[in-house]
Design a protein around this ligand. Sequence first.
Ligand SMILES: [Fe+2]
Ligand SMILES: [Fe+2]
Length: 213
Amino acid sequence: MEINDINKIILETKKYSRQMVPKDLHHGFEHCQRVRDYALLIAKTEKADSNILEIASYLHDIGRGHEKNQYHTKTSAELAKTFLTNLGLPAEPTQKIIHCIETHSRKLRHRKTPKSIEAKILYDADGLEMIGAVGLLRTALSAQVQGKDWKHVLKKARWRLKIKNDFLTLTGKKIAKTRQNLLVAFINQLMKELENKTCALEDNNFCSKTITK
Ligand SMILES: [Fe+2]
Ligand SMILES: [Fe+2]
């Protein structure tokens, strides 16, 4: 495929993604862009196909909010196949992209496992969005959308603690490791605050200093 053609396809895919994904901070377009950035970063060291990854990153969550079946991965894959075929992308790269989309979800990994290096990278890139500062804020945003309480936020945050070791590429594992301390410290603090044992409440000096100023 000519370089100009692939650039055009990437541009069209970006536009389509912006139009299709939910208009929220949890699974919205900014999430897709960060996943794309992580995927391209990992692709450099893992020697993977960056075009496949850029397109798959933009399309991986387009099925959210359009689910025709139980799994957004399946809907995203079906919509992506139709979109890419209409754009004229050949069957081989289309199939590689579809495999990445179908296997990117941790919750659904028992159904389909990422096999290609590109699919493993998308899995890791999406996982990096679950841990770290943005990831922890996304637990609260998701709870808000679903009308859940703080107990639910804590439960989801703890689940994110479990996935910190669930990365498939060496580069993904390395980046995930740099986020572990923040993740553990944040969840410990959240537990304390939700159990009404915050450092600030225990520290009387902190309160009096603040009041007398
Ligand atoms: Fe997803
Ligand atoms: Fe995602």
